[in-house]
Design a protein around this ligand. Structure first.
Ligand code: EPZ
Length: 422
């Protein structure tokens, strides 16, 4: 008989989460930052890096490209002096979608790159058409064969004006990485404004780049000849903050989160407050007290920053499964972000999905069950529900969760949860 030996979380739910935690560095910031080190001569050091499988995958790509890199006590040191190769092998590319972010950096470094179509969460078709069309505006030519795409800039990268039809985070990052050492000026209109874009631009400017306007929808990049590696602190992970807030709220607990950046989570906090949570923020510390019973909230519409982030949608949907009344989440970013809902229903959640709209009818209680992660944030949503469900919940295929959460079981245990990896 085939026995599924994949790691799982075993959760004995129903315990109130109370306590204090330090929030990890942002996965979606450290990944483009690791790619950006390729553009810098010498050594870069990134502090406050989370120990994640996506970070390990990115470090493997850097090593494959000839860079020296090591992870030590939350800091990653990258030495790119031996950078020698411009092709990322299939197996590394398929590990995660954000591997496409190496494209712009490799092109910026050597003018030639070969990648295959990226992997990542199954959130619907995740094309890279905006990446490719934007890079072509910078003088890049492409040649597609055998599932790989060759990118090359015969006359070097040239600055240009680029209008993004959608404020794609990854495409904005790739354009920035390709433009910082291009000849002349690049202007990105309708650029993504996420905090991770600002973090990337702050790092690059410290290394000697000339980037203005990050955090707005128009980013101006004046190409420079070279960048020199530097030290940088990665911003806190705003989605991990939302996850621990939801874990406390759904169990009627009370937590303090340290090392947060409150300006990154205003849309998230307003939903928690509407559900009855009491939130107070002092500098980089957030305190959340949950109500005896969560209230329904008005329709949540995910959108680009600073709107409600799509990545926090699954987590809040899971929390609202136990609220009184019905709430609606409209997913406006990804085609198919509700694959985890069927798994959530195994725990007794009452949710109806119609295309991009999920209607959550709050129930009085959730009951433990076996469930499987479908993607990173959907997996986190199952853990949140399992913490509140009466009985022993088994969450399978937790490799999805390990892509984005550092030691989530250890951290939840610090808050009093009964969760173990087996
Ligand atoms: C980044 O993905 C994040 N990943 C995602 O987080 C996040 O959900 C997303 O931004 C939106 O905030 C990383 O930063 C590694 P997009 P990205 O390009 O860059 C479509 C997580 O859980 N699109 O803004 O891939 C695309 O299909 C992950 O941490 C095109 O059509 O997001 C999607 O519908 C999940 N063509 C939408 O835009 C393109 O060329 C958003 O994509 C590019 C994107």
């Amino acid at each position: 008989m085939w026995v599924n030996t994949m790691p799982k979380f075993i959760i004995n739910g129903g315990r109130q989460l109370c306590g204090e935690l330090m929030v990890q560095g942002a996965k979606n910031s450290v990944l483009p930052l690791l790619a950006a080190t390729i553009l810098c001569s010498g050594t870069s050091v990134l502090h406050n890096c989370p120990k994640l499988s996506d970070v390990a995958a990115s470090m493997n790509i850097l090593k494959h490209l000839g860079c020296l890199c090591q992870f030590d006590a939350g800091s990653i040191t990258v030495d790119t002096n031996n950078f020698k190769c411009s092709r990322i092998p299939d197996k590394l590319m398929l590990k995660m979608r954000s591997s496409v972010i190496f494209l712009g950096a490799i092109l910026g470094r050597c003018g030639f790159a070969t990648i295959s179509s990226p992997g990542g969460c199954e959130l619907g078709p995740r094309p890279i058409d905006l990446h490719i069309s934007s890079l072509k505006r910078l003088g890049v030519m492409t040649n597609e064969k055998h599932g790989f795409i060759e990118f090359y800039a015969p006359n070097g990268l040239m600055g240009n004006e680029i209008n993004l039809s959608f404020a794609s985070v990854g495409a904005t990052e790739n354009i920035i990485l390709a433009a910082v050492t291009a000849k002349g000026r690049t202007i990105i209109y309708n650029a993504a404004k996420e905090p991770e874009i600002c973090d990337l631009c702050n790092f690059l400017n410290t290394c000697g780049a000339h980037i203005r306007g990050s955090g707005t929808d128009t980013i101006i990049i004046d190409g420079v000849d070279s960048l020199i590696g530097c030290e940088h602190n990665v911003i806190p992970d705003r989605i991990v903050v939302a996850t621990f807030m939801a874990a406390a709220a759904i169990t009627g607990g009370e937590i303090v989160l340290n090392n947060i950046n409150s300006s990154h989570i205003t849309a998230i906090c307003s939903v928690f407050e509407e559900s009855g949570c009491d939130i107070s923020i002092f500098d980089n510390k957030l305190c959340l007290k949950s109500p005896p019973k969560l209230s329904r909230v008005s329709t949540i519409r995910t959108s680009i920053y600073p709107g409600f982030p799509t990545d926090a949608g699954p987590i809040l949907l899971s929390m609202l499964a136990l609220s009184n009344g019905s709430s609606i989440i409209v997913e406006n970013i990804f085609e198919n972000r509700f694959r985890y809902v069927d798994e959530l229903k195994r725990l007794g959640a009452n949710i109806n999905v119609e295309g991009r709209v999920a209607i959550i009818e709050g129930v009085d209680k959730l009951s433990a069950a076996y469930c499987r992660c479908t993607d990173l944030r959907g997996g986190a949503a199952l853990v949140v529900a399992g913490l509140a469900a009466k009985g022993t919940t088994i969450v399978d295929d937790i490799y999805h969760i390990k892509r984005g959460y550092e030691k989530i079981d250890y951290n939840l245990s610090l808050l009093g949860a009964d969760i173990k990896e087996v």
